[in-house]
Write a protein that binds this ligand. Structure first.
Ligand SMILES: *[C@@H]1O[C@H](CO)[C@@H](O)[C@H](O)[C@H]1NC(C)=O
Ligand SMILES: [Cu+2]
Length: 315
């Protein structure tokens, strides 16, 4: 059995570098291991909802867009409890996350009844509690939420707003990659119980969406061509999804403008990208790393991106 599992893990290795998902969480100092999609589901016990693949979801209307699965809980499903409103939750993606262009988003959905276990992720209403789009620079080569996520140890920390009503929730962390079209969605979910002894503010109906439903394949933030001429001077990016919980906007995507914050300590993970034309390495192909002596130029529009010391690939 152990041998079989490690062979499966090896088989999954190339995908580990190209794609992935949320592998663990930290809540109030406690680390929670996530679901392992390439191990047998039997015996897996975790606060994370089961998910099925490291591959991206490429369709905003896909039935798995809520939690990278059909929405069901595991046989030994756990729930992190209690999580006081105002607590920070960190989600860890696989290292080093390879996609630095695109937004980060975090959602909550309250479950009916006394537990989220058994509730289908597709049946819930989600509201967005955190988002980070284009932080600075242009759509073409600016600093994005997902670039910041990579700089933060391939993790993203969201603070549960202090006004979120107490209840049973799924928390949905998501990164969207825009280096190729269609956009790539990487969402995973975990079960938490939120407690709140202070003021509660329910999300408005304009802030609540279903998944699928919260995004459309024609959303400007999902169809944007980051390699276009227009992108080279464009410094606004419409983050997909409903208006942020707690915001006064009544509808429509929110826009972040490259401004004052952050951007001071940007460390880029993109190397060598000489002229975009003339390259020979295809998307996801190896283009660098210790001990590698093959071609290093990626076919346009992909860029040679460091995954780790031993492996760079065209993304
Ligand atoms: C970086 O993330 C990994 C999980 O991917 C975690 O084990 C490690 O503690 C993190 N390092 C720091 C400095 O937070
Ligand atoms: Cu990928």
């Amino acid at each position: 059995m152990a041998l079989k599992l490690s062979l499966l893990a090896l088989a999954a290795l190339p995908q580990v570098f190209a794609h992935g998902g949320v592998l663990s969480y930290k809540i109030g100092g406690t680390t929670y291991q996530g679901w392992s999609p390439y191990n047998t589901p039997t015996g897996q016990t975790t606060i994370q909802r089961p998910w099925s693949t490291y591959n991206p979801i490429l369709d905003a209307t896909d039935a798995t867009i809520a939690c990278n699965d059909d929405g069901t809980s595991g046989a030994l499903q756990l729930t992190a409890s209690p999580v006081t409103a105002g607590t920070a939750i960190t989600a860890y993606w696989n290292q080093v996350w390879p996609h630095p262009y695109g937004p980060m988003l975090t959602y909550l959905a309250q479950c009916p009844g006394s537990t989220c276990t058994g509730a289908s992720a597709k049946s819930l209403k989600w509201f967005k509690i955190d988002q980070s789009g284009l932080i600075s620079g242009t759509v073409y080569n600016g600093y994005w939420g997902s670039g910041k996520m990579i700089d933060q140890n391939s993790s993203w920390t969201t603070t549960i707003p202090a006004t979120v009503p107490a209840g049973n929730y799924l928390i949905r962390f998501e990164t969207i990659a825009l280096h190729s079209l269609p956009a790539q969605f990487y969402p995973e979910c975990a079960q938490i119980v939120i407690t709140n002894s202070g003021t509660s503010v329910a999300p408005t109906s304009a802030q609540l969406v279903s998944f699928p439903g919260g995004y459309s394949n024609s959303d400007p933030g999902l169809t944007i061509d980051i390699y276009s001429n227009a992108a080279q001077t464009e410094s606004t990016y419409p983050i997909p999804g409903p208006p942020l919980y707690g915001s006064s906007a009544s509808s429509g995507p929110t826009t972040t403008v490259g401004t004052t914050t952050v951007a001071t300590t940007k460390t880029t993970s993109t190397v060598t990208t000489s002229a975009p034309t003339g390259g020979t390495v295809a998307q996801y192909g190896q283009c660098g790393g210790q001990g590698y002596s093959g071609p290093t130029a990626c076919i346009s529009p992909f860029k040679c991106t460091v995954s780790n010391d031993y492996y760079s690939q065209c993304l």
